[in-house]
Design a protein around this ligand. Structure first.
Ligand code: ADP
Ligand code: MG
Length: 886
């Protein structure tokens, strides 16, 4: 099955939401959809950010402005893409310059704006992107002119003042037709006024008044997947540009009608025209892919409404929150430019509708329109500021994911099935029927509930955000805690190693002390033995016997001093170690103190988190219970409604019974009536028969009188015929005479033409003789000239010098040859001319002879014709006479 347009008609109907919602699902969500294949996953430009494109257009001065000679304060420089506003502040000329992506001055034509700025956007739509074009500016600066302009001429061509919409439509159709593509196209056209959406393409319902129709708003819903659905919006499937033009004209005229009724409604309302295109791509394997693109063309409310409602918000609200959407659009732009965390998309329907066009995946272009006159200076400046700010919004355009055709078809089938069910229910009348007030009441309740749900959703969103924040805080705290714990562990390990070192040191200390003690003991012993040796020396002990102990004593002294020094060093070391240990202990104390503090903090934070989570739980529980209550209420409503329905059906049944009775009664009376009528008819028939008989007698009488009258008439006719016969004879005679006269004149004419041709012949022969004479004359002249020339040259030759005589002779010979050749040529030419002339003369003579011959033949023919005519007229006369006599 192919997707050629005429396969399906009218996809969206009434309250039916279409499978492809108004704003295409945002691609990042759709990517998760396992049904489709992301063919663009390799795209490099996924993260490429593109600024919103901002164009500026200044309209020409209006007739009124020109007449009143209003000064101009705007100058546009299209090359430099600059707009200059000249202001007079305190008698000083102050110029403000703004730069935009493109600038179009008062002379710019619709066509050039479209070709330069919009045409590339439309090409991208056909590549599968979603694109949006906004027109922003003060009322009367040409937003509608730029977007819509003139729609079409009678011939179907675009007029010069056609705006963006008709041109885009024409381009799309041209391209698709040129590609010979399989495609389907849907359009929607809506108006947003007073935060209510109206369908400008809804079928005309003459039975209802305009106000009633406007009371049936289109509702905006979220499908839970981040897409916006417009319930009750008509999606028209279109097959030709002309069809779109008529739809547009219908919508635009509806807008205009509302204008006259509601005090310039159009300057306070926004209109959104959307074209959705599905194009079949080349097949990949067995799968046929469908590419989808969408173009939103938005004509915003007059920008003066922002400032007005800004200054008098109270009154604006009184008038029904006229400009909530425009205000929110401004706020959204501000938030996007300032990179705020919260962008208030949800605050108005316009921003919800166009969410994707502002900082989303759509390519966006804003056309800011201004007036050149000094009267509008304030508004112009605010528009320029606004547009200049909007330049900084960044979008991340991304082509829509291509969908396999089978998936799309499945969606369509589901949609068709659902619509069939609707139709069946409507036909069989077994759907739900409720009184009108009840319906509106239910709708109002539903709306209120929806709003409440939206509010709750917002609350939930906010609390979710808070929870997220707390969770992040908690996580960071825990991280810190873990850090501290690891530090603590390190410290403990440090401490242990220090303790170990201390113990080692103490051990060392103990061993050294014991060694020292031993040494001291040895020293004291040695000292004792020294005393003894002295005594022994005094008692003349042989030297050899005492030699050893003396050496050992000196050695002992050395070691002693050494040991003492060691001991001193050791003591100092030990003192240092003990100082270190005390420092360590103090540090450990500090650590433990910190730890306890941290633990306390953690505990308080945990309790806080607990509290907030409990609060959140409570609010969620509250909202859930509220929702449950609402659901219960709805259930009750439904029950009561069902009960009332039951009653109604009973009443209906009794009514039907009554009707059946009356029906049988009617049938019997009808039968009686038929019988009586039959009787009447038979009697009438008899009457008619007798009347007919009397009529026949009358007719016979009438016929008799009529034959008598006819005889009289015939006699009269005979008389008139005789008269006519005489007349005819007379006219035949006259004809004969006329013919004879024409014969005579023809003869005269032929004689004259004969004379003429003879004359012509004569003259031609004369001409020939003249030409011959001329020829002879010429040749004679030439001969004399040649002779004279020869003589002259001979004379010259003789006069010339002897040494150049030979050369001259040569030259003259050449010249004579040339001259003779030239004369020969001339003679040839004249001979040829003569020949041609002769030929011409001959052909002329021949032609004249032919003509004469033809004339003679013609004469003969005329004569014979004349005789034939006279004969035939005589015959005709005879036959006519016969006829008349008959
Ligand atoms: P808006 O929609 O902004 O209120 P309109 O589009 O209705 O303004 O324009 C107001 C008037 O100015 C219209 O009559 C329109 O024809 C005229 N106009 C606006 N722009 C131009 C232009 N560029 N060239 C000629 N006429 C223009
Ligand atoms: Mg307008």
């Amino acid at each position: 099955m192919s997707l050629t347009p005429d396969q399906f008609r009218k996809v969206g109907m009434g309250v039916a939401p279409s499978p492809t919602p108004f704003l295409t699902p945002r691609p990042e969500r759709r990517r998760a959809d396992p049904r489709g294949i992301d063919w663009n996953s390799g795209r490099l430009d996924r993260d490429r950010e593109v600024n919103v494109q901002v164009l500026l257009r200044c309209r020409p001065s209006s007739d009124d402005e020109q007449r009143l000679n209003v000064p101009k304060v705007i100058t546009c420089n299209e090359q430099k893409r600059e707009v200059t506003v000249s202001q007079n502040l305190a008698n000083k000329q102050v110029d403000k310059v703004f730069t935009f992506d493109k600038v179009f001055g008062p002379k710019a034509q619709q066509r050039s704006i479209y070709d330069q700025a919009i045409s590339p956007i439309v090409n991208e739509v056909l590549e599968g992107f979603n694109c949006t074009v906004f027109a922003y500016g003060q009322t009367g600066t040409g937003k509608t002119y730029t977007m819509e302009g003139g729609m079409r001429n009678k011939g179907g061509d675009l007029p010069a003042e056609a705006g963006v919409i008709p041109r885009a439509v024409r381009q799309i159709f041209d391209i698709l037709e040129a590609q010979n593509a399989d495609y389907s196209m849907k359009v929607t056209f809506l108006e947003l006024y007073n935060e209510e959406i109206t369908d400008l393409l809804a079928p005309e319902d003459c039975s209802r008044s305009l106000e009633e129709r406007q009371k049936k708003p289109v509702s905006l819903m979220e499908d839970g997947k981040g897409c916006v659905i417009l319930r009750g919006l008509e999606e028209e499937v279109v097959y030709s540009a002309n069809e779109i033009y008529s739809l547009l004209e219908r919508g635009a005229s509806r807008r205009r009608t509302a204008d006259t009724l509601l005090n310039k409604r159009s300057s306070r309302s926004h209109s959104v025209f959307t074209i959705t295109i599905h194009v079949k791509e080349a097949t990949v394997g067995n799968e046929e892919l469908i590419k989808c693109g969408k173009l939103n063309l938005v004509d915003l409310a007059g920008s003066e409404n922002i400032s007005r409602s800004g200054s008098r918000e109270g009154r604006a609200r009184e008038a029904g929150e006229i400009n909530k959407s425009l205000l929110t659009l401004g706020r959204v732009i501000n938030a996007l430019v300032e990179h705020s965390l919260h962008v208030p998309y949800r605050d108005s329907k316009l921003t919800r509708l166009l969410r994707d066009s502002l900082g989303g995946k759509t390519k966006t272009c804003i056309i800011a329109t201004i007036s050149p006159s000094a009267h509008c200076l304030e508004e112009t400046l605010s528009t320029l500021d606004y547009a200049y700010r909007a330049k900084n919004i960044k979008n991340k355009p991304e082509a829509n994911q291509k969908v396999a055709k089978a998936v799309l078809l499945k969606d369509l089938y589901v949609e068709i099935e659902r619509m069939k069910q609707d139709v069946r229910a409507a036909r069989e009348k077994n759907g739900v029927y409720i009184p009108h007030e009840r319906y509106s009441q239910d709708e109002a309740e539903k709306k209120a509930k929806n709003e409440k749900i939206e509010k709750l959703e917002i609350d939930i969103n906010i609390s979710e955000k808070q929870v997220d924040k707390f969770r992040e805080l908690y996580l960071s705290e825990q991280e810190e805690k873990l850090n501290i714990e690891s530090e603590l562990k390190d410290c403990k390990i440090n401490l242990e190693s220090c303790n170990n070192a201390l113990q080692d040191l103490q051990e060392n200390y103990r061993t050294t002390i014991s060694v020292l003690k031993e040494k001291e003991f040895v020293i004291s012993k040695l000292m004792h033995s020294g005393e003894r040796t002295e005594i022994q020396l005094a008692h003349h002990v042989p030297f050899s016997a005492y030699q050893n102990p003396i050496v050992s004593e000196t050695l002992n002294m050395q070691t002693e001093t050494c040991l003492l020094e060691h001991a001193k060093e050791l003591r100092a070391n030990l003192q240092n170690a003990s100082e270190d240990i005390t420092a360590l202990f103090s540090k450990i104390d500090q650590k433990s103190r910190l730890e306890t503090e941290n633990q306390g903090m953690l505990l308080t934070f945990g309790s806080q988190l607990d509290q907030s989570l409990k609060d959140l739980h409570k609010t969620i529980l509250g909202s859930v219970s509220q929702q449950q209550q609402h659901l219960r209420c709805m259930e009750e409503h439904a029950c009561s409604f069902l009960a009332s329905k039951c009653d109604a059906t009973q009443v209906l049944e009794s009514k039907i019974k009554k009707m059946a009775q009356t029906y049988t009664l009617g049938l019997t009376t009808l039968k009686e009536l038929a019988d009586s009528m039959q009787m009447k008819a038979s009697s009438d028939l008899e009457q008619i028969k007798s009347k007919m008989l009397s009529h026949i007698g009358g007719v016979e009488n009438f016929v008799k009188t009529a034959t008598l009258e006819a005889k009289d008439v015939l006699f009269d006719i005979q008389n008139s015929l005789d008269g006519q016969k005489q007349l005819l004879a007379f006219s035949a005679q006259q004809q004969e005479e006329g013919l004879r006269r024409t014969l005579v004149s023809a003869q005269v004419f032929s004689r004259v033409t004969l004379d003429f041709f003879n004359d012509l012949n004569h003259r031609a022969s004369k001409l020939m003789t003249v030409v011959e004479e001329n020829q002879l004359d010429k040749s004679h002249h030439l001969a004399t000239f040649e002779k004279m020339f020869k003589e002259g040259t001979a004379r010259d030759e003789q006069q010339a010098m002897e040494n150049i005589a030979a050369i001259l002779a040569n030259l003259t010979a050449k010249r004579t040859a040339m001259v003779s050749e030239a004369s020969r040529n001339i003679q040839d030419i004249s001979l040829q001319e003569k020949k041609i002339l002769l030929q011409e003369m001959f052909s002329m003579q021949k032609v004249s002879a032919d003509a004469m011959e033809e004339l003679n033949i013609h004469n003969e023919k005329v004569k014979s014709h004349f005789f034939e005519d006279t004969f035939s007229s005589a015959e005709v006369r005879a036959t006519m006479e016969n006829c008349l006599q008959e």
